[in-house]
Ligand binder design. Structure first.
Ligand code: AMP
Ligand code: MG
Length: 414
């Protein structure tokens, strides 16, 4: 078995790290009222109870005829006098007596007195009378008041991420505004003397920065407000200033780079000086160095600088914390077992988040293919992927044909 040099015994397990993060953050308390058209992706702050019945009154499920059911009658053919009509938006005004019927359209209000509707295909109309050969059961083809939603019943739960269907549902109930949690504000910075932004010329030894924009984009998709603090040089004073500003203005501070133990890795040292690091190393790959803790008014996630490590630790560790702070109901990890199409190299000791492409065979069986070289700086290994292949810490290498646990990328990545 190949040994993993990074698999030191003191590393926190991935599950312990997630637990620690949940205990570090608490949901924001402030809420605000927003118009439903602005509520997409926001988090419902208090349960929405229906102010109405849906449907609001008994109405017809069919185009047909409404009448009073005559009960058990001993004849094969029953006739009703046709006395009026009830169309959607134009109800019949009177009361229907036994032996009478009303032409009714889908959505038309069931007239007073009527308890049954029969679709027009099963009726014959002649000389102001309708004739039917087989009586339906009482209550046939009637959508009853409140059968979809009862008055006062919960339609959107606290903690639910409001989606386009919820917005339509609220509109159907006449609800124009909804109470949501205020947006979580997150500061993002990249640290490193070698980092430049696209558009700037590169000197020898410099590279284009990529973590900040990916993370800021994901944060926006997650419904956060983002404060971009830019690229900060490897300088303790500059880092201290940036973290202090972020701490003053934001709920969460996310940095990338400078958390290893190199000569120019000041992020961890600065976080240690001005805040409290809760934990630092995690038994996961990629992403072992990950500093997490508190400043006076915020929580920080110090991501590693390598692009894959930065994005994977953001997705796997920072996001659960952000979602807890947003007040989202706990998101379940969604995955399934899939057949590995090739061997996967894995050392015992850390939980691996390898990058893969899953698909389903013609017979519906899931298969997953590695995106290739899995180095923590190879961003294309993540860009080509549509899922993580999650391999347990105690797992060793996988042989082609074995089953592995696959977790599709979340919708907010797109
Ligand atoms: P560090 O964690 O600062 O030691 O960085 C590890 C590696 O990631 C180095 O090769 C850095 O140049 C690279 N790196 C650090 N930050 C970024 C970033 N924001 N974008 C792209 N690469 C980065
Ligand atoms: Mg660095």
């Amino acid at each position: 078995m190949p040994s993993d040099v990074c698999a030191a015994p003191k590393l926190l397990s991935f599950d312990q790290a997630v637990e620690r993060i949940h205990s570090l953050v608490s949901p924001v308390q402030q809420t605000e009222k927003v118009a439903i058209e602005d509520a997409i992706g926001r988090i419902c702050a208090s349960p929405v109870l229906s102010p109405v019945y849906v449907p609001p009154a008994d109405n017809s499920a069919m185009d047909g005829f409404a009448f009073v059911h005559p009960g058990d009658v001993d004849v094969t053919t029953v006739s009703f006098e046709l006395i009026g009509e009830s169309f959607a938006g134009h109800p019949f005004a009177g009361t229907v007596q036994p032996g009478q019927s009303v032409r009714i359209m889908t959505g038309g209000l069931v007239p007073d007195g009527c308890d049954t509707v029969l679709m027009q295909e099963d009726c014959a109309v002649n000389d102001g009378k309708i004739t039917i050969n087989r009586l339906p059961k009482p209550g046939n083809s009637i959508r009853c008041r409140g059968e979809d939603i009862n008055l006062g019943s919960e339609v959107v739960a606290k903690g639910k991420i409001i989606n386009a269907v919820d917005i339509g549902l609220l509109s159907s109930l006449g609800v124009s505004h909804v109470e949501v949690t205020r947006q979580v504000k997150v500061a993002v910075l990249a640290s490193g003397d070698e980092l430049k932004s696209p558009g700037e010329p590169l000197a020898s030894g410099e590279i284009y920065e990529s973590n900040r924009i990916s993370i800021a984009t994901m944060l926006t998709k997650l419904g956060c407000e983002v404060l971009d603090l830019g690229i900060i040089p490897d300088d303790p004073k500059a880092l201290t200033d940036a973290f202090s500003k972020a701490n003053q203005e934001c709920d969460i501070v996310i940095s990338s780079g400078g958390v290893s133990v190199g000569e120019a890795d000041y992020t961890k040292q600065v976080l240690d000086d001005i805040g409290e690091i809760d934990f630092y190393k995690i038994a996961m790959k990629p992403g072992k160095p990950f500093a997490c803790g508190k400043l006076s008014d915020s929580v920080f996630f110090g991501l590693p600088g390598n692009p894959v490590s930065a994005l994977v630790t953001f997705m796997q560790l920072a996001v659960p914390g952000i979602e807890t702070m947003q007040g989202k109901s706990k998101q379940k990890r969604i995955g399934f077992w899939a057949e590995a199409t090739s061997n996967l190299r894995k050392s015992i000791g850390r939980r691996d988040f390898q990058r893969g492409i899953y698909e389903f065979s013609e017979t519906g069986l899931p298969k997953v293919t590695s995106t290739g070289a899995q180095g923590s700086g190879i961003l294309t290994s993540l860009a080509k992927a549509n899922c993580f292949i999650v391999l347990a810490a105690e797992q060793s290498s996988v042989k082609a044909g074995e089953s592995v646990w696959v977790e599709p990328f979340p919708a907010w990545l797109n």
